[in-house]
Design a protein around this ligand. Structure first.
Ligand SMILES: CC(C)(COP(=O)(O)OP(=O)(O)OC[C@H]1O[C@@H](n2cnc3c(N)ncnc32)[C@H](O)[C@@H]1OP(=O)(O)O)[C@@H](O)C(=O)NCCC(=O)NCCS
Length: 166
């Protein structure tokens, strides 16, 4: 299994994944749900690639690197790393967001994908700990985090806030 950064060569598989991912699933947002391949190639892909080195973006926008988890020739999941925290991210979504293809969940991909993502995140992120947020009713994602050494730091009405030492 490997993580590959978003790229032009894997466009077809990346589009298939992105267009199928819901607009909002457990707080993981995706503005590209349902878009055509043409829209993906012309707008979404260049936009997503540019997020690692953002140009002309608002002040609140933090550089974000997007990786896909591949099992052989199969794209199985997506992992996003935000390079540093703003106040909103610190008290919100944190550093890392992820998803696994719906028909391939429960097979360990989430856990392995986060493990590989953390290895990369350690080199990228500025803070001493990796910040994560998860909905209280999202048991699968909580397990993915705990399987990777996360500890609970705080909670609000609907979320747990977890951290993994860098
Ligand atoms: C969260 C998500 C990435 C987990 O991916 P996954 O590939 O299913 O994760 P794993 O197979 O590594 O499973 C992790 C654990 O959750 C358990 N699990 C998986 N699906 C579950 C479910 N629907 N309900 C309860 N537990 C579940 C697994 O059995 C496993 O348990 P274990 O650690 O005791 O063995 C996936 O469900 C997903 O994409 N959800 C939608 C997006 C999302 O919620 N992202 C996270 C936002 S914080």
């Amino acid at each position: 299994m490997e993580l590959r950064k978003i790229n032009l060569q894997d466009a077809a598989a990346q589009w298939e994944y992105t267009t199928a991912l819901p607009s909002d699933e457990n707080g993981l947002t995706n503005p590209y749900h349902g878009i055509s391949y043409d829209e993906y190639m012309k707008k979404a892909l260049p936009e997503l690639i540019s997020y690692e080195h953002p140009v002309n973006m608002p002040d609140w926008f933090v550089p974000e690197s997007r990786y896909y988890l591949w099992d052989g020739n199969l794209l199985v999941g997506e992992f996003r790393i935000r390079h540093y925290l703003t106040e909103a991210l610190r008290n919100g979504a944190g550093h890392i967001g992820y998803s696994v293809r719906k028909d391939l969940r429960g097979k360990g991909y989430g856990t392995e994908g986060l493990r590989l993502t953390i290895q990369i995140a350690r080199e990228i992120i500025h803070e001493d700990e990796i910040y994560l947020r998860v909905n209280k009713d999202n048991i699968a994602s909580q397990k993915v985090m705990l399987n990777n050494g996360a500890h609970l730091v705080s909670e609000d009405e609907s979320h747990y806030f977890m951290r993994i030492p860098k």
